[in-house]
Design a protein around this ligand. Structure first.
Ligand SMILES: [Mn+2]
Length: 310
């Protein structure tokens, strides 16, 4: 993919001056959380992780799966939590205000985590880009950064960003695809002429099958290209991996020794990326985790009933 290499210089200096320095100017501008409409449970049953990444919550829209996210927040805890963009959907909020109590519950829970001692880093995305102007500030214990470098327990450095930074490049890719298709059409015409000439000289048919590889543009290919573009840009930054959101597709994938992580979203998939205390990374699919928890609870009840019957 020669196109990627040509476009790489565009990104080379992009993150300079954006990474790090979060919290240096930190001062609290927000009072602590007060009360919830849905009370927070006690802490002892929570699953603990070193780091949690969540993104694309889209608070302020009906798409946000607030109940599942509240369940996730009440079931987990971590030393550090990254909010990887599109937390509040600022664009839609301007058009029409949709803000149920459950969305406040989420904001309170995040602020309360900060108060309990979780380091919270908020990396605004394209839907909450109004927050990007507060780069380097600290609101109620929430550090705002344009991008961050996270060091895992096993010493790997991960670039953390929302991921909309690559939309322009993906658009360029789409143009390359359009040019590619036009070229393919031209080659089809040319090959017709070429084969007509070849037939006249008694030569066998010349196959176009190699060209056909240029074809096919679908969502699956778009996503895998996005993943590769993001990972190549991270590799140019000399990090061991990249964590992003934006395309609402959770994934852990390797490209030439650099790892691509996407924490997914809380609109469709309802997933989070977590780092265990040994540095092992995992995507948590929360609807699946709830189903497992419910099945275990049902088994326990059945077990008790059987023990009583015996
Ligand atoms: Mn986004």
């Amino acid at each position: 993919m020669a196109g990627d290499l040509k476009l790489q210089p565009l990104l080379a200096g992009y993150f300079e001056g954006h990474v790090g320095n979060g919290g240096a100017l930190g001062h609290s501008l927000c009072p602590g959380p007060s009360n919830f409409s849905i009370p927070e449970p006690s802490d002892d049953q929570r699953r603990r992780y070193r780091t949690i990444w969540i993104s694309d919550i889209h608070l302020g829209t009906r798409g946000c799966n607030a109940d599942l996210l509240i369940d996730f927040l009440d079931s987990t805890d971590s030393e550090t939590m990254y909010l990887v963009g599109d937390i509040i959907d600022g664009w839609r909020l301007k058009k029409k205000l949709y803000w149920p109590a459950s969305h406040n519950d989420i904001v309170w829970r995040i602020l309360k985590r900060a108060k309990r001692g979780t380091r919270i880093v908020y990396i605004p995305g394209n839907h909450d880009e109004v927050v990007r102007q507060f780069d380097g500030l600290n609101f109620g214990g929430v550090e705002i950064q344009r991008a961050a470098i996270h060091e895992t327990a096993d010493g790997r450095r991960l670039l953390v960003l929302h991921g909309d930074e690559f939309d322009a490049i993906m658009l360029a890719h789409r143009w390359l695809a359009v040019v590619g298709d036009a070229l393919y059409e031209l080659l089809l015409v040319l090959s017709g002429w070429i084969n007509a000439v070849r037939r006249r000289f008694g030569l066998p048919y010349w196959s176009l099958s190699k060209m056909a590889k240029h074809k096919v543009k679908n969502a699956v290919e778009f996503i895998s290209r996005y993943e590769e573009v993001v990972t190549r840009a991270a590799a140019a930054r000399r990090v061991d991996g990249v964590v992003c959101g934006h395309i609402h597709t959770a994934e852990i994938k390797e490209f030439d020794g650099v790892t691509y992580y996407n924490d997914g979203d809380w609109v469709e998939g309802c997933t989070a990326l977590v780092e265990h205390f040994d540095g092992r990374m995992e995507v948590l699919n929360w609807p699946e985790e709830i189903a497992r928890r419910d099945a275990l609870a049902a088994l326990a009840v059945a077990g008790e009933a059987m023990a009583r019957a015996a």
